[in-house]
Design a protein around this ligand. Structure first.
Ligand SMILES: C[S@@+](CC[C@H](N)C(=O)[O-])C[C@H]1O[C@@H](n2cnc3c(N)ncnc32)[C@H](O)[C@@H]1O
Length: 258
């Protein structure tokens, strides 16, 4: 299966230096492109984590030729301690966290991440557990919805959008991406032409909420630093929405690149 070159592969390899050999954890293995590059470059063993079972199946395909040096684990990266414990690994030589969502998830049918297609409003990266976006929007208070959209989406019309969501859900259940996108587009005043769809920030915010992205990142960064050998390296590629949280942790990281 052809895997497109993941972003910043050259930079990731230059910094992680897997040619030293050793155990590396790809905390967000995705389609396996970065893990493949690490193995190709000389990593002795790669432990690949992902919370999305569909991504892991694709990574297994990508990494088939290296399967005796790869361990793919369905896990949230915040559980990195338990994953290493189970394998009797005290310290690792490097870790990669390529945070956010993959293009595969954004484009896959039925996941609900994109406002550009009609899908059930799910948005869970781990499809085996947790509440969907539709469930959270059904049950949350208006003020909580507004806070989420403001904090995670930096959307200044968050209160109007939350009010429109609550108004709509009193009339009918909000169950699809199309419904949510339409509510947001109607709630935001139009001012001239913008290349960004008005639903962009709200979709991002709700995705971060559904997947508890900031809480998970915080717990993960606290755990991973205790697992790095002396001289080990860690690379995190951080989407803008997660940057604030990561900066907060920055001071505690031995060496941190974003
Ligand atoms: C940008 S993609 C990674 C792409 C990957 N580097 C590659 O080469 O294909 C991010 C991946 O991280 C996963 N992910 C996001 N949050 C996670 C978490 N808390 N724990 C484990 N995996 C997570 C997503 O499911 C997604 O597959």
């Amino acid at each position: 299966m052809p895997v497109h070159e993941p972003v910043l592969t050259r930079e990731v390899l230059a910094f992680l230096a897997p040619e030293r050999g050793g155990v590396f954890v790809d905390c967000t293995v995705g389609l396996g492109g970065h893990a493949k590059a690490m193995l190709d470059a000389g990593a002795t063993r790669v432990i690949g984590l992902d919370r999305d079972p569909a991504a892991l199946a694709m990574a297994a395909e990508t990494l088939r030729a290296w399967r005796d040096r790869v361990d793919l684990v369905h896990s949230d990266y915040r559980a990195i301690d338990a994953v290493l414990e189970e394998r009797g690994i005290a310290r690792i030589d490097g870790a990669l966290a390529d945070l956010g969502m993959s293009s595969f998830q954004l484009e896959a049918e039925g996941r609900g991440f994109s406002f550009q297609r009609e899908d059930p409003l799910d948005m869970r990266m781990d499809t085996t557990t947790g509440a969907t976006a539709a469930q959270l929007l059904r049950d949350a208070e208006e003020s909580q919805i507004a806070d989420v959209i403001y904090r995670y989406g930096e959307e200044r019309f968050s209160r109007r959008i939350a009010r429109s969501i609550v108004h709509r859900r009193e009339q009918e259940p909000i169950q699809t991406t199309g419904q949510l996108a339409s509510i947001v587009r109607h709630a935001i005043p139009r001012r001239g032409f913008s290349r960004i769809d008005p639903a962009t920030r709200t979709f991002q915010a709700i995705r971060i909420w559904v997947n508890r992205e900031l809480e998970n990142l915080d717990a993960f960064l606290a755990a991973v630093v205790t697992r790095l050998q002396t001289g080990a390296r860690m690379v995190a590629r951080i989407a803008s929405s997660n940057t604030r949280c990561a900066r907060w942790r920055n001071a505690r990281m031995p060496r941190f690149v974003s």
